[in-house]
Design a protein around this ligand. Structure first.
Ligand SMILES: [Ca+2]
Length: 530
């Protein structure tokens, strides 16, 4: 087993102690950029839902147009290898805001969010002088956590539904029905995402006394695969590079199960290419929204005092492998590898960090920028060194987890849908065949990726040769050493992060004894009160 000691930096990060204040680090590298460093900058979190890294131009997609994301990368730092802690909305967001792998507190489902007795980044900000504005979907906080964590929130969610005539266009018995491929949408300004971005822009435009955080958890490019006019048909399916093929050997059981249960088998490759083309169109729409936001930041003079973060909670298959959407225990690169771009006043410009980082590092980074010390134990690491041009930790690994056990009905989606609901087949498959959503744990390095599924098929990829996850070599003797090393390292992660000890202490001695506790319950009370 490879020796993998815990470095001082790891220890400090796990203790919630920063290596350097934002200001100190900023001074060290102030020469690297135009706007100077700023104490306690405003924070803008632009978070598209289901945006995978590789489908953005500056991450290497040869077709898609994402000029605003590319510009943000040129003006800031692009993290080339950022991974989520879970491939599904709720768990990934809970990790993002706590700095905990999902196993630390059981945040593995869509039905257990951060409660008032648990930490979260937004509450740290609000309780330490920031106004926190939230416009978009939830999947993060329990209802009772909102007032303590968020100054003002709202969602234009209702307007985000496809407009009449733009719903599922296929008859129920058509194999396209559960493909999530819909028709072209409406006007780009008639979408929830546009409304939520506008709400954020209004905050930028008004006078603020306190530093602020604007959290924009948007819906795009989440399926269904439909995009507004001007974006839906932006890309020619015939001109896309080849998708990852259908029917690859040694893939987990849910690949075939999804295709069979969604009735996708009869669909030709042209349909999956169209799905992919529309997904790229929806990404370009998301990029346009980012452009609106960046323009407003510039127009309101906030470039100099506002840090802008772009990241997502997970990716999407988007037609690769003949699959659509995502799956709770799937760990493909297109699902776990997301973009992370940060533009920081006084930070490096055009820097690309190639070392592995994890999405929840956003939490530790934001705390350091805001000058807040966490009062809970977490495992996120501040990315401040990279934001000032540092290379990051070349030996770091990323970890991700997913799936449920059959004895955890509280985790499963409720399976109370009936046709024509588009998620009917997904929920039914999970409940009828829970083995397809068995628990999974992934470790990813720059060389290899292991996905361990004790109740299903495990996977191993030679990432250096096979970054597209095409050839599962789990159990292949020529990879025995790599497999053993990764399993050992995964075990170490669980040993080191299995739980967190509360910071508040109980006295070791017994509490004082008060004889009054044993007064007889005679009728003295009655006597007094009568
Ligand atoms: Ca999501």
């Amino acid at each position: 087993m490879k020796k993998n000691s815990v470095s001082r930096r790891d220890f400090l990060a796990a203790s919630g102690v920063s290596l350097a204040t934002g200001l100190t680090a900023a001074k060290a590298a102030a020469k690297s950029s135009a706007p100077g460093p700023v104490e306690r900058p405003n924070l803008v979190f632009f978070m598209p839902d289901e945006l995978r890294a590789e489908s953005i131009a500056c991450y290497g997609d040869p077709v898609v147009k994402t000029p605003n994301m590319d510009r943000l990368a040129r003006e800031g730092v692009r993290f080339n290898h950022c991974y989520v802690q879970n491939p599904v909305c709720g768990p990934s967001r809970c990790s993002l805001m706590t700095g905990w792998p999902v196993h630390v507190h059981g945040h593995r489902s869509l039905y257990y969010f951060l409660r008032p007795d648990e930490p979260n980044l937004l509450r740290y900000l609000k309780q330490n002088g920031y106004d926190v504005f939230w416009y978009g979907k939830n999947d993060l906080l329990a209802s009772q956590s909102f007032t303590g964590s968020v100054t003002e929130w709202g969602s234009h969610r209702g307007q985000g539904r496809p407009s009449p005539g733009n719903g599922n266009p296929w008859p129920l018995n058509d194999p396209h029905y559960y493909s999530f491929l819909y028709k072209e949408g409406g006007d780009r300004r008639n979408y929830a995402d546009w409304g939520n971005v506008q709400a954020g822009i209004k905050i930028l435009e008004r006078q603020q006394e306190k530093p602020f955080c604007i959290f924009l958890p948007l819906s795009s490019p989440h399926p269904p695969y439909t995009a507004p006019q001007g974006f839906h048909n932006m890309y020619d399916p015939a001109k896309l590079p080849p998708l990852r093929p259908i029917g690859l050997p040694n893939k987990p059981n849910f690949y075939e199960a999804i295709r069979k249960n969604y009735n996708l088998d009869p669909l030709g490759e042209d349909v999956f290419r169209k799905i992919h083309a529309v997904y790229l169109g929806k990404i370009s729409y998301t990029d346009w929204l980012l452009g609106e936001l960046l323009e407003a930041i510039e127009r309101t003079g906030h470039v100099k005092d506002t840090a802008v973060f772009l990241f997502s909670d997970h990716g999407d298959w988007a037609g690769d492998y003949g699959l659509v959407e995502k799956w709770p225990s799937a760990m493909d690169d297109v699902l776990t590898h997301i973009p992370l771009i940060v533009r920081l006043p006084g930070g490096a410009q055009g820097h690309v960090s190639k070392a592995i980082v994890e999405l929840y590092d956003v939490m530790a980074t934001s705390l350091e920028l805001a000058g807040i010390e966490a009062n809970h134990t977490h495992f996120a690491r501040s990315l401040m060194p990279q934001l000032h041009g540092g290379p990051g930790d070349p030996g770091r690994a990323a970890f991700s987890e997913g799936g449920y056990n059959v004895y955890e009905p509280q985790c499963f989606e409720p399976a109370n849908l009936t046709p024509p609901a588009i998620y009917y087949v997904k929920e039914k498959l999970e409940v009828d065949h829970p083995e397809t959503v068995s628990r999974a744990a992934m470790i990813q390095t720059l060389e290899h990726k292991l996905v361990l599924r004790p109740g299903g098929q495990s996977e191993l990829y030679d990432v250096a040769k096979d970054a597209r996850d095409l050839h599962n070599v789990y159990g292949d003797k020529s990879y025995a050493n790599a497999q053993e090393n990764l399993i050992g390292r995964l075990l170490q992660l669980y040993v080191l992060t299995a739980d967190v000890a509360p910071r508040d202490k109980d006295p070791r001695g017994s509490p004082p004894y008060y004889p009054t506790a044993h007064f007889k319950e005679d009728d003295w009370q009655k006597k007094i009160l009568d």
